[in-house]
Write a new protein. Structure first.
Length: 201
C-alpha cells in the first residue's frame, strides 16, 4: 500500500512538472516575441518592462521608502531610456541594449525552440528552484546596410541563443510583485556556427 502511495505521489509530481514546464515554455516564447517585436519598433516602454536589468532596479526601488518611490521609479525609467537612445553603431556585443541592433525593422526571425531548465550557474540556495528559458532564434537580414556587424563583417543570416529568467527571481532572494511578466529578457548570444555573411562590397 505504501509503495502504491509513493508511486502515485511521484506520478503527480512528474505530471505537474511537465505541465509547469510546458506552460513556462509557452510564456517564455510569448515574452521573447514581445521583446523582439518591441526591438523592431523601438518600443522602449515594452523593452523596459521585459528587461531583467531594468526590472531588477524596479524591484529594489519598490522595496525602498514609499515617499521617494514614484520619483525614483520615474528617474529609473528616464535613465535607462537615455542610455538606450545613446547606444550607437550596430556591432554585435554584450553591452546593455546592444540587442537593439540585432533586430532592425526590416529583419525577419523565427524562434525555433524554447527550453526551460534549471539555472546551473545560479548561486541561489540549493533548496530553491531557479529556472531559466533558453530560446534559439534565427534571424535574416535582407538589407546589407541595416544588418548588424560581427567580426567586422555584415551578417546576412544568424542564429542566436536568448536567455530569459523568471520575473519572480529578478532579484535573487527577493520575490517582487511589481514585475509585469513571468519571464524577463536577460541576454542574447550569437552562435559562431550559425552565421552567414554578406559578400564584401
Amino acid at each position: 500500500m505504501l509503495k502504491r502511495t509513493t508511486l502515485f505521489l511521484l506520478m503527480v509530481v512528474c505530471i505537474s512538472s511537465i505541465i509547469a514546464c510546458g506552460g513556462g515554455t509557452s510564456k517564455a516564447r510569448q515574452a521573447l516575441e514581445q521583446y523582439i517585436e518591441a526591438l523592431k519598433k523601438s518600443d522602449f516602454q515594452t523593452l523596459y518592462e521585459l528587461n531583467s536589468v531594468t526590472q531588477r532596479k524596479v524591484a529594489l526601488i519598490s522595496r525602498g521608502a514609499e515617499a521617494d518611490r514614484e520619483t525614483n521609479l520615474k528617474n529609473n525609467l528616464e535613465e535607462y531610456k537615455t542610455l538606450f537612445n545613446s547606444i550607437q553603431g550596430n556591432e554585435v556585443s554584450h553591452a546593455v541594449w546592444a540587442e537593439k541592433f540585432l533586430f532592425p525593422g526590416d529583419s525577419s526571425y523565427s524562434i525555433t525552440s524554447v527550453i526551460v531548465e534549471n539555472d546551473t550557474e545560479s548561486k541561489t540556495a540549493a533548496f530553491r528552484n531557479r529556472m531559466v528559458a533558453k530560446a534559439v532564434v534565427k534571424v535574416s537580414y535582407p538589407n546589407r546596410d541595416t544588418a548588424p556587424i560581427y567580426e567586422e563583417k555584415r551578417i546576412k543570416e544568424a542564429t542566436y541563443v536568448a536567455v530569459l529568467i523568471s520575473g519572480e527571481d529578478v532579484v535573487r532572494g527577493i520575490q517582487s510583485k511589481n514585475i509585469v511578466s513571468d519571464w524577463l529578457f536577460k541576454n542574447i548570444n550569437i552562435k559562431e556556427d550559425g552565421i552567414t555573411y554578406w559578400p564584401a562590397s
